[in-house]
Design a protein around this ligand. Structure first.
Ligand code: C5P
Length: 223
């Protein structure tokens, strides 16, 4: 390649949480900071890729030279992910997508009633990375993340198979020093036939190592 491990490649990266509205003023979401996905976008650009970063609502500034598409809901994230997917070589799903969304969005603010208990009905969101990995034509090399609290490699391996991924980044979130919202992370990159452990480092350093490793696996697969 000319410069960098991803030179000439088009990379899509999902990052951050999704936000699933209940009514015009409320939503369901999670604590994802988007740091890992944003760090991966920066590392991929530095490795020579052209990057589309599909981001849920976060407080980070998109890295320069990255085409950042801002979305809110899982359905919007799926649509932005599929837009132009035929030209995408490598898809990395680092977003913490809400598994469920409210079955309907109230047109007006839901008023407080007299009842002590209020029930919400939720419906399953589309699985974005599994949808991309399942494309029959023009399927990009597909990488997911697995945040687990126990049997991290075992669950990551079953997720790799179930979602039809090429690689999965296994992340032990039982350790509060790494993972969600922290500046550091430690991961194991798992494929069908190998495992590469990347020890605790800043998300920025780890992103560089991950991009190098992902690029090696990608180039191996296209040989
Ligand atoms: O199934 P689980 O949420 O643990 O899988 C995590 C992986 O799947 C991450 O790569 C995440 O970005 C992706 N994912 C997705 N769409 C969903 C749920 C998860 O792309 N609806």
């Amino acid at each position: 390649f000319e410069h960098g491990a991803l030179s000439g490649l088009r990379v899509f990266i999902t990052a951050g949480p999704t936000r699933e509205p209940l009514d015009p003023v409320r939503y369901i979401s999670n604590h994802s900071s988007g740091k890992m996905g944003y760090a991966l976008a920066e590392a991929a650009v530095d490795a020579g890729a052209s990057v589309k970063l599909i981001s849920g609502p976060v407080t980070l500034t998109p890295p320069s030279r990255v085409d950042c598409v801002q979305v809110e809901t899982a359905e919007e994230m799926l649509a932005a992910s599929l837009d132009g997917i035929a030209g995408c070589d490598l898809f990395i799903a680092a977003a913490a997508v809400a598994d469920y969304r409210p079955i309907s969005v109230a047109e007006h603010k839901i008023k407080k009633g007299n009842e002590e208990i209020m029930e919400l009905r939720l419906t399953k969101n589309p699985d974005i990375v599994a949808t991309v990995a399942g494309l029959s034509e023009q399927r990009p090399y597909t990488v997911g993340f697995a945040a687990e609290t126990r049997d991290v490699i075992g669950y990551a391996r079953s997720k790799l198979a179930r979602k039809g991924l090429d690689l999965i980044v296994a992340n032990d979130v039982s350790n509060p020093d790494i993972g969600f919202n922290s500046d550091d992370n430690a991961v194991t990159l798992v494929s069908a036939d190998d495992e590469v452990a990347l020890p605790q480092a800043s998300k920025r350093q780890l992103a560089r190592q991950l991009i190098e490793q992902i690029a090696q696996h990608y180039h191996q697969s296209t040989k």
